[in-house]
Design a protein around this ligand. Sequence first.
Ligand code: FES
Length: 87
Amino acid sequence: MYQVRLLPNNITFTANAQQTVLQAALNAGIAFPNRCQVGVCAMCMCRKQYGEISYKLAPMLTPQEQAQGWIFACQARVESDLVLSLD
Ligand code: FES
């Protein structure tokens, strides 16, 4: 199990490597922004400050967005402890 910390409110929840960030947050009862849950609407976008994620199918992010740490929480599988920002 990994620990995921959500900034700016410092909410923490646990996730395993089989789960997406969004699945883990919703399972923990956290009101994580989302709509489509299939990588289209971008409602779940957040910035990774620390840690590793992986994708089965890489979402449509520009190289600049990737460099800034933007991820799609509904597609990103947790691969380590994470710190994410919802700012
Ligand atoms: S919930 Fe729509 S892209 Fe993630």
